[in-house]
Design a protein around this ligand. Structure first.
Ligand code: C2E
Ligand code: MG
Ligand code: MG
Length: 402
C-alpha cells in the first residue's frame, strides 16, 4: 500500500487530549486533511475503553503527553499490553528534549512514532507528519518477528548456517579502504536472512556466544588471510561480546588461530560491546589485558550508549573508539546530538585513539564527518555489509564515487 493518506477516508484516527479545545482544533485540522473517521477522547480511560471496544483499533493515535490521571506515557504502556499495532504522534507543551525522550521510549516498545508536535500545534506540522505516514504494515494479519529457541541457534552454528558479511571502513580524509567490520548473518533455510539482533542476545543468554564468536572469528581470519594473498591488506574487525571475555582461554584461542592462518594480531580489530551491566569485571579485564599484551587492537563499540561509556574508557586500553550511529547520523542538523559527537571525538583525540564514525548514511553525513576531521567512517552511504565476494565490485564503484 502506498502512502495511506491516499486513502484518507479509510483510516481511523484517535485524538487523546484532556483539553476540549485542543480536541476540537485537532479534529478540525484532520477533517481539513480529508480524514473522516476521527474519534476524540479527553482521558486515557475512555480512550482505552474505545481501543478495547468492538470497533477496530485506530490506525493512528494523536496523543497528548500531559494529562491529569493517566498521562501519555502510562497510556502507551496500556497500548503495549493490548498489542497495539498502529502508529502514534506525540503532542506536548514540554520542551523538545522531553518530547524526544518520550518518542524514544515509545519506539523502544516497537510502536511506530511518526514524530512529535509541540503545542501550539500548527496545521503544516500535522500535515507534514501525516504525509510521510506509510503504515508499517497494511491492515490484516501482521507478520510476527520470530523468536528463536536456543537449540535452533545451536543447530545453525553446527550446520554452518551463519555467514559473515563485511562492511567497509574507510579513511575519511582520502576515502581509502583500510578495513572491514565482520557482521554475522543467519542464512535460515525457511525464514531467509536473519539479522544479528534476532539471535545474538539469545546466544548470550544461553551460553552459545562462545561457539558463535569462534565460528565468526575463524571465518573472518580465513577471509583476512585470503585478502592478504590477493595483495589486499585489510584490518578485519570482529564483534566480541563481553560474555566471550569470561572464557579464560579466549586470548589463547585467538592467538593460536592467527598464527595458524599466518596473519598478525594487528590484522584484526576486536570491537567490544557491553550489552549489560557486569557483576564482576575481573575476568573480562584479564582477557582484554592479555589480548592487548598479545597486540590485538581493541575497539570500544557503540560508544555513548548502554554501558559503553567513560568507566570502560578509563579501565581498558582501547585503540579505537566507534561513535555510535545515534550520535553521527544527522548530527550536522541536530543541536542536541552535535555536542555529543564533538565530545566523543575530543575524548578520543585526548586519549590518542582513532575515531570511527558509524552510521554515515547519506552525503550530508559524509560531508559532516569530513568537515569535523574524524579518522574513519562506516555506513550505508559508503557501503552496506556484503559477502566478501562482492567487495571488489564495491571498491571499483567507491573509487568512482569518492
Ligand atoms: P554494530 O557492531 O554496531 O554493527 C553496526 C550495525 O549497524 C550493523 O547492523 C550494520 O549493518 C549497521 N549499519 C551499518 N551502517 C549503517 C548505517 O549507515 N545506518 C544504519 N542505520 N545502520 C548501519 P547489524 O549487522 O544488524 O548488526 C547489529 C549488531 O549486532 C552489531 O552492531 C553488533 O553489535 C552485533 N553483531 C553483529 N555481528 C556480531 C557477531 O559476530 N558477534 C557479536 N557478538 N555481535 C555481533
Ligand atoms: Mg561493531
Ligand atoms: Mg556499533
Amino acid at each position: 500500500m502506498d502512502g495511506i493518506m491516499n486513502e484518507k477516508s479509510a483510516v481511523r484516527i484517535m485524538v487523546l487530549d484532556d483539553e476540549p479545545l485542543m480536541l476540537k482544533l485537532l479534529a478540525r485540522m484532520l477533517a481539513n486533511q480529508g480524514v473522516s473517521q476521527v474519534t476524540t477522547c479527553d482521558c486515557g480511560r475512555s480512550a482505552l475503553a474505545h481501543v478495547d471496544g468492538p470497533d477496530a483499533q485506530p490506525d493512528l493515535i494523536l496523543l497528548d503527553l500531559n494529562m491529569p490521571e493517566m498521562d501519555g506515557v502510562e497510556f502507551v504502556r496500556h497500548l503495549v499490553e493490548r498489542g497495539y499495532g498502529g502508529s502514534l504522534i506525540l503532542i506536548s507543551g514540554e520542551d523538545e528534549r522531553m518530547l524526544r525522550t518520550a518518542e524514544r521510549l515509545v519506539r523502544a516498545h516497537r510502536i511506530q512514532v511518526l514524530g512529535h508536535l509541540s503545542k501550539p500545534v500548527r496545521p503544516e506540522g500535522l500535515s507534514a507528519l501525516l504525509e510521510k505516514w506509510t503504515p508499517a504494515l497494511p491492515p490484516g494479519p501482521r507478520k510476527v518477528r520470530r523468536v528463536y529457541a536456543p537449540e535452533e541457534i545451536r543447530a545453525a552454528i553446527d550446520r554452518g548456517e551463519l555467514v559473515n558479511y563485511y562492511q567497509p571502513k574507510v579513511v575519511v580524509a582520502t576515502g581509502e579502504l583500510v578495513g572491514v567490520e565482520t557482521l554475522v548473518r543467519w542464512r535460515h533455510p525457511e525464514d531467509g536472512m536473519v539479522f544479528p539482533d534476532q539471535f545474538i542476545g539469545i546466544a548470550e543468554d544461553h551460553g552459545l556466544i562462545d561457539a558463535l564468536t569462534r565460528t565468526v572469528l575463524t571465518g573472518a581470519i580465513a577471509q583476512c588471510r585470503a585478502w592478504k594473498e590477493t595483495g589486499l591488506r585489510l584490518r578485519v574487525a570482529v564483534n566480541v561480546s563481553m560474555d566471550n571475555l569470561f572464557s579464560l582461554d579466549f586470548a589463547d584461542f585467538l592467538a593460536a588461530q592467527t598464527v595458524a592462518a599466518g596473519i598478525l594480531p594487528q590484522d584484526l580489530m576486536l570491537e567490544v560491546t557491553e550489552s549489560r551491566l557486569m557483576q564482576d569485571a575481573r575476568a573480562p579485564l584479564e582477557t582484554l589485558t592479555r589480548l592487548r599484551l598479545k597486540r590485538f587492537p581493541l575497539s570500544i563499540d557503540d560508544f555513548g550508549t548502554g554501558h559503553s561509556s567513560l568507566a570502560q574508557l578509563r579501565d581498558i586500553p582501547f585503540d579505537e573508539l566507534k561513535v555510535d550511529r545515534g550520535f553521527v547520523h544527522r548530527a550536522w542538523a541536530d543541536e542536541l546530538v552535535r555536542p555529543m559527537y564533538d565530545a566523543s571525538l575530543g575524548l578520543a583525540r585526548q586519549l590518542g585513539m582513532e575515531v570511527v564514525a558509524e552510521g554515515v548514511e547519506d552525503g550530508n553525513d559524509w560531508a559532516f564527518v569530513r568537515r569535523t576531521g574524524c579518522d574513519l567512517a562506516q555506513g550505508y552511504f559508503i557501503g552496506v555489509p556484503m559477502p566478501a565476494a562482492d567487495l571488489p565490485a564495491w571498491m571499483a564503484d567507491w573509487d568512482r564515487r569518492v
